[in-house]
Design a protein around this ligand. Structure first.
Ligand SMILES: Cc1cc2nc3c(=O)[nH]c(=O)nc-3n(C[C@H](O)[C@H](O)[C@H](O)COP(=O)(O)OP(=O)(O)OC[C@H]3O[C@@H](n4cnc5c(N)ncnc54)[C@H](O)[C@@H]3O)c2cc1C
Length: 664
């Protein structure tokens, strides 16, 4: 890596020149850097807003899942079968599915080798369990904090190799060579020196960018992504990177004070769902109003335990996803707050002494509770019996569910779609590789745990490709400056207009709140054509007026202003994608409900907004792609690629491999 400096309009800026920059320090980013180094490309560095930020390091769930090929026992499994499982999720390209299956064992064993504590039996078999959308038992877990362990162990590898980490650098622009349609560098804010205009900005002149910036979490108000994850997809759209399957995200019930998925035992112990007004008064057990009898209500709550994401296929006939709708109805439509109470049994299903009548539940629920020795007491008694760590986790985060209500909402959790990448994870913008959650490699449905697998596989593939094909030196400084000047000037002008708006009253957090509320109301699990259209228009207007509306209370808020900029582009593109999907005739699927005037209400006389019909897989063999250019989105719909049926005759593959014809 070489360092020089230049002056742009009297502002001094450091320029770092090197082969590859990895943006992001989550599980995908660290793996990309580690792999690049091992594959022989060592002129690299990581740029991150903060080493400890992002989803991988700061999230988890009951049993955070890693999905991989079967590696234990006698049940047959194969790369092709696993690829089919991924592909069958719908709207997923077959070549990506095949690569994710083919590299899953390699990626998993790499994590094992560097010390991630995945459990194995005494013969060394990595036994698995069945997760959602999984026909086998391919899932494994290192406990509630699998992705945190992965990130920590991968970071250690990176540090041992002495790979440079630019910590406290927020990327604010992706620089491109517009003639050659390739990435040539990055502009970043140096968060460590915002006060000094001559250190405020930094430039990276690089041959390749591996973009591991995670999901677009910041644009939602109700979210179970960690607070430190914002995302940076908007900057990539701005640079001309194509989006794919942007309509497909995953939502589910989570606690909002301490952000955590309320799956598994939290639901299986049958807590009481209550709503209150904004002040916490006027308590109501609102589920009672809508279920036909208390047993059906308890069974739906129980099922929510392992049917965690909202799924429109599980709404009708009092299915578990009706609960997500009822929670949304209380919080968004009625403007109330919703809580889980573990201290008391649901009164509709209890006698006057507050004892739950277990004879009301169906056989599945009863047997599960009986096998867990939990046919007694209150929800918290049952939770203590079945999963004491689930109680301790909240205690460790300042919430005592032994006595307090737990506030919940239906939250954004994962983005299945994202930026386009080919089967080497390179985007349409050459030399730019989106990996991890920012890459939209998933389809409509995906097995639980496949996000972490995809992040490891994609970052490995990008590193392999760069090490083999893109070893070139970065541009000569003069060349780099000539090609990027206009883009750098535009961004610095925006930055300095934000910086000059310092007043006592700041608007950045208000703007951020508006962005979040707009998305959670119009672009999350409950959607309609009208609301998507209106919200997309509002996002675009806000983007246009952002520079004039933004007021900072100090220069420390400059990064937040750039986050708002990124989120507004992201939001506009995502909402436009939703609008386009519905205009094309798309109905409810995946993890969202689309209002359909010709559809049915989930319960008689219910709120009109929830009238819907299911997509009859009309779109499962198609992928929506979008380009954002000159402030407009243009869409195309492609047939999914079939799973490749390659020539797998060993001698032929070997020959090609020796001639260097595999990676190209
Ligand atoms: C509650 C919850 C439970 C989950 N459970 C599972 C599960 O069981 N199984 C599973 O497979 N997946 C699960 N996921 C999803 C999975 O955890 C994530 O998809 C994965 O961790 C994302 O990793 P990543 O490396 O792509 O991004 P992240 O870990 O989010 O890292 C992104 C990095 O980019 C940095 N960054 C972002 N923007 C910029 C910028 N402009 N400049 C510089 N740096 C930037 C961030 O600071 C961060 O370091 C879960 C997610 C949540 C929220």
């Amino acid at each position: 890596m070489k360092k020089t400096e230049i002056e742009f309009n009297n502002i001094r800026i450091d320029i770092y020149s090197l082969n590859t920059i990895v943006v992001g320090s989550g599980a995908a980013g660290f793996n990309a850097a580690d792999r690049l180094y091992n594959f022989g490309q060592q002129d690299i560095a990581i740029v991150t807003e903060g080493i400890n930020m992002g989803t991988s390091r700061n999230t988890g769930s009951d049993k955070q899942t890693y999905y991989k090929l079967t590696l234990a026992g006698g049940e047959p499994d194969s790369v092709l079968e696993m690829a089919k499982t991924l592909y069958d999720g719908g709207s997923m390209d077959g070549d990506i599915a095949l690569v994710e299956a083919a590299l899953s064992a390699q990626s998993f064993y790499h994590l094992v080798d560097i010390g991630v504590p995945f459990p194995h039996n005494s013969f060394g078999e990595y036994v698995g369990y069945k997760t959602d959308h999984d026909p086998r038992q391919r899932a494994t877990s290192a406990g509630p904090l699998t992705s945190k362990f992965m990130t920590e162990k991968l970071q250690k590898q990176v540090e041992q190799k002495g790979i440079e980490i630019f910590a406290g650098y927020q990327v604010i622009g992706i620089l491109t060579d517009q003639n050659e349609e390739k990435a040539i560098g990055l502009l970043a804010l140096n968060l460590n020196h915002l006060e000094d205009i001559n250190k405020r900005y930094a430039l990276f002149n690089c041959t390749n960018i591996i973009y591991a910036t995670g999901g677009p979490a910041g644009m939602y108000a109700t979210s179970v992504y960690p607070g430190s994850q914002t995302g940076a997809s908007g900057l990539a759209f701005e640079a001309g990177v194509m989006g794919k399957n942007l309509t497909e995200s995953q939502y589910g019930i989570a606690s909002i004070k301490f952000r955590w998925n309320l799956s598994g035992t939290y639901q299986q112990v049958l807590p009481r769902y209550i709503s209150t007004d904004q002040e916490g008064n006027d308590e109501q057990e609102f589920l009672e109003e809508y279920f036909e009898d208390p047993g059906t209500m308890l069974d739906a709550v129980f099922l929510k335990g392992y049917q965690w994401p909202f799924d429109p296929k599980k709404v009708n006939n009092f299915g578990s996803s009706l609960i997500d709708i009822l929670v949304y109805n209380e919080t968004v439509i009625k403007g109330r707050r919703v809580w889980l109470d573990f201290t008391t049994n649901p009164s509709w299903a209890s006698n006057e002494e507050g004892q739950l009548d277990f004879s009301l539940v169906n056989e599945e629920t009863y047997q599960y509770l009986e096998s867990s020795n939990a046919i007694f007491g209150t929800p918290i008694d049952r939770l203590a019996q079945m999963n004491q760590p689930a109680i301790d986790l909240y205690l460790d985060n300042g919430i005592d569910i032994n006595k307090e209500y737990l506030e919940i909402a239906v939250c954004a959790q994962h983005n299945n779609g994202g930026l386009e990448g080919n089967h080497w994870w390179e985007s349409n913008l050459h030399n730019f590789f989106p990996v991890g959650e920012v890459n939209g490699s998933h389809g409509v449905y995906r097995p639980g745990g496949s996000a972490l697998n995809s992040g490891q596989v994609g970052s490995t593939r990008a590193a392999q490709y760069i090490a083999a094909v893109y070893q070139q030196e970065p541009l000569k400084i003069a060349d780099f400056i000539q090609r990027s000047t206009e883009q750098v000037e535009d961004k610095i002008d925006l930055g300095e207009s934000f910086a000059q708006s310092i007043e006592n009253d700041s608007t950045v957090l208000d703007i951020r709140a508006e962005i979040g509320e707009r998305m959670s109301k119009n672009g999350a699990h409950i959607r309609s054509l009208d609301s998507a259209k209106q919200a997309a228009t509002a996002a675009k207007e806000d983007l246009t007026s952002l520079a004039t509306r933004t007021k900072l209370s100090s220069i420390k808020e400059l990064p937040l202003a750039f986050h708002n900029y990124d989120m507004l582009i992201t939001q506009y593109v995502y909402l436009s994608a939703i609008q386009n999907y519905i205009e094309e005739g798309g109905k409810s699927r995946g993890s969202y409900l689309v209002y359909d005037q010709a559809g049915l209400l989930p319960i008689d006389n219910f709120v009109e907004e929830f009238r819907f019909s299911l997509d009859k897989e009309n779109f499962a063999d198609k992928i929506q792609r979008v380009i954002y250019q000159d402030g407009q989105c243009s869409f195309k719909w492609d047939q999914v690629k079939e799973i490749p049926n390659d020539d797998n005759w060993f001698e032929n593959v070997w020959n090609k491999y020796m001639k260097g014809e595999i990676i190209k």
